[in-house]
Design a protein around this ligand. Structure first.
Ligand code: GDP
Ligand code: MG
Length: 255
């Protein structure tokens, strides 16, 4: 089924099934296998694929595999695709959502691990490939350095020992789905910024160790050349935000 978000707003019936939100940009090769695994291993979840202005058959293969598909007319980037997914989830009454990669990196057997963190009271759970003591996940030198920098920054801003700040394997409770439906950032490094935004908004964000695979097909989105510029931008955004926050009282409307 292909949906557009401009369609009339359906009644908000609370939906018990979690929704798996998959941003996908030209992922026709790995997507069928990913959706098949979700069918087998996460049958209690609904699956939404946001084809992010793909020029290949991403939307077709997703629909053929039985997923609900939102097709963006042009490429918005991961952040824009995800925000679309959060909006869909909120409009359709979902109480819990899981962000999942289209490239085969995330392991469907780990979805209950993330959801159980929400059951334990977290508003948002971030799956970490490095938190487990047995983890042997490999990243290249430049990316490893960048991740180290981000880890340091996030720890400074949150006071919590996150190990995998850019992980795209995450679970969200309804209040966070609502928050991100309006605010999810679209700039590069959006995953780090989103983590910090949720923390700053007063949500309980927890890291959970998960098993993750290396990317199966295609190329990873992070380009090291862009890194310095975007890291600086992120720091400026965060610093400005932290100063604004000092002037504002804490949120009191959280459950
Ligand atoms: N590279 C890229 N990925 C996108 C975009 N929009 C959505 N995605 C999807 O977002 C997910 C994460 O991207 P990926 O390249 O795997 O990032 P990484 O796991 O951090 O290396 C994948 O499922 C992509 O298909 C986009 O504009 N660029
Ligand atoms: Mg990936």
């Amino acid at each position: 089924m292909t949906e557009t978000l401009s369609a009339a707003r359906p009644p908000e019936v609370p939906q018990d099934r979690p929704i798996i939100i998959i941003p996908a940009w030209n992922e026709e090769a790995p997507l069928p296998g990913v959706l098949h695994a979700l069918d087998e291993l996460a049958p209690d979840c609904d699956v939404l694929v946001i084809s992010d202005g793909s020029t290949d058959r991403t939307a077709e293969v997703a629909a053929a595999a039985g997923a609900t598909v939102v097709e963006l007319p042009y490429n918005l980037g991961i952040g824009g695709a995800l925000r679309t997914g959060f909006r869909y989830a909120v409009r359709h009454g979902y109480q819990r959502g899981v962000q999942f990669d289209a490239d085969g990196q995330h392991d469907a057997t780990q979805i209950p691990v993330l959801l159980s963190a929400l059951d334990d009271g977290a508003h948002m759970a971030v799956g970490s490939r490095f938190a487990a003591t047995s983890s042997d996940y490999q990243v290249g030198k430049a990316r490893g350095f960048a991740m180290g920098l981000l880890r340091f920054t996030v720890r400074r801003f949150t006071g919590k020992p996150f190990t995998d700040t850019s992980s795209g394997f995450r679970a969200f409770s309804r209040p966070v789905l609502e928050f991100f439906a309006d605010t999810y950032p679209s700039e590069y490094m959006e995953s780090v910024e989103a983590l910090l935004m949720a923390h700053r908004a007063g949500f309980d964000v927890r890291e959970v160790p998960v098993v993750m695979r290396e990317r199966q097909d295609g190329t990873a989105s992070n380009r090291n050349v862009k890194l310095l510029y975007h890291y600086t931008r992120l720091l400026l955004t965060l610093t400005a935000g932290a100063q604004r926050r000092k002037a504002r009282p804490e949120r009191s409307d959280l459950p």
